[in-house]
Write a protein that binds this ligand. Structure first.
Ligand SMILES: [Zn+2]
Length: 176
């Protein structure tokens, strides 16, 4: 029986003890506990606490209830803090995922902006008769924007020509 002193609120507490109208003490919790342990007093002895007499049994019950509520409140607070931390971590992950998605979308729309659709390719091939618009070569042909998309050029056949790889390279070199 070492319960009583652990349940006492405050280290310096001391209690008057009463049994059948006779008072003694005040005693520190350890003394009351020692008396209980040696059966000098029982759980129906009263102690003076909070301006009233209360049996040791009721005092123990009451303190256990208070401590349980305090413990539950503390656990709830810890749970809330943990959940909040998890929520923030989750939110950070979602932000990263959203930024990656935005980046992917930006890349995709940049790709679409410069993509030359197959209909335009067919038309340009026919118009340029399958040869380089500069040197007439028929090998390593590429579709090239006459005015670069980045400078406002469109994706229509009017702005696209067939160039061989080497003419295309020398053109990009002169633009840069
Ligand atoms: Zn060429």
């Amino acid at each position: 029986m070492n319960k009583f002193s652990k349940l006492v609120n405050g280290d310096s507490a001391a209690f008057l003890l009463r049994w059948r109208g006779r008072q003694e003490g005040p005693y520190p919790p350890s003394t009351i506990e020692a008396k209980l342990a040696s059966n000098k007093i029982g759980l129906l002895h009263e102690i003076f606490d909070n301006d009233r007499w209360i049996t040791i049994r009721d005092y123990i019950k009451q303190r256990e209830a208070i401590l349980r509520i305090e413990r539950e409140a503390r656990e709830q607070k810890e749970r809330n803090a943990r959940e909040e931390a998890e929520r923030q971590a989750h939110e950070a992950q979602e932000n990263v995922a959203r930024q990656l998605l935005e980046l992917a979308n930006a890349n995709e729309s940049a790709r679409l902006r410069t993509a030359i659709i197959s209909e335009v390719r067919r038309e340009v091939w026919r118009r340029d008769q399958g040869q380089c618009a500069k040197c007439g070569s028929r090998v390593n042909l590429e579709y090239d924007h006459i005015v670069p998309v980045s400078k406002g050029g469109s994706n229509t056949a009017r702005n696209v020509e067939l160039l061989c790889e080497s003419c295309n390279r020398s053109k990009s070199d002169s633009i840069e």
